[in-house]
Design a protein around this ligand. Structure first.
Ligand SMILES: [Zn+2]
Length: 195
């Protein structure tokens, strides 16, 4: 007798949203690499894709490790896993642009970020690597690295913008959607790509 067993490897985890206190914690350095990390990384990608995201930090699914994943292939940038990332260089020149966060659903607001960033990190096997990026790649790296230090982008807004969206942020903290949903362009693009 043959028994067929179908196992689904897809695991979409719950994304923490503000004001979950875990989002304000500092994630711990990863010291063990390789195989034990694989299930977590897979879940991070699955969860990010299911939410139409382009980046996710482990703490967003409640895992306090300095790991982030990105998939910006739709925009001509990389897809990858970045462990223990650290900024080694960034430009003084800034970029303007809207930013959104899977942990702050429905809100997209302008936030200035350096235009260019150079980041050193470790790959899945623990090897040291360097990535340089401009524009969306720089923005995504910096946004996700903030998560590892317990920072959520809405806390970094310029005061005038912060006041403007204060009510929406309150609504999101109560588990509601903002009055008018605002999704960053890059996330709309990703949705279109998957449609
Ligand atoms: Zn985020």
């Amino acid at each position: 007798m043959t028994v067929l067993l179908y196992i689904t490897t897809m695991a979409v985890r719950k994304i923490l949203t503000i004001p979950d206190p875990r989002l304000y914690e500092i994630s711990e350095k990863v010291t063990e690499f390789g195989r034990p990390l694989r299930p977590l990384i897979r879940d991070m990608f699955d969860t990010m894709y299911a939410a139409d995201g382009v980046g996710l930090a482990a703490i967003q699914i409640g895992v306090k490790k300095r790991i982030l994943v990105l998939d910006l292939t739709h925009f001509g940038f990389v897809k990858g896993v970045f462990i223990n990332p650290e900024v080694v260089e960034q430009s003084k020149e800034m970029q303007e642009g809207d930013e959104g966060c899977l942990s702050v659903p429905g809100l997209s607001v302008p936030l200035k970020r350096p235009k260019y960033v150079k980041v050193k990190y470790q790959d899945l096997n623990g090897s040291e690597r360097i990535i340089e990026g401009e524009m969306l790649l720089a923005r995504a790296l910096l946004h996700e690295m903030d998560h590892l230090d317990g920072k959520v982008f809405v806390d970094l807004l310029e005061p005038a913008i912060k006041r403007e969206v204060a009510e929406d942020i309150e609504r999101i903290k109560q588990g509601l959607m903002p009055q008018k949903e605002r999704i960053p362009e890059y996330r709309k693009e990703v949705s279109k790509a998957r449609a």
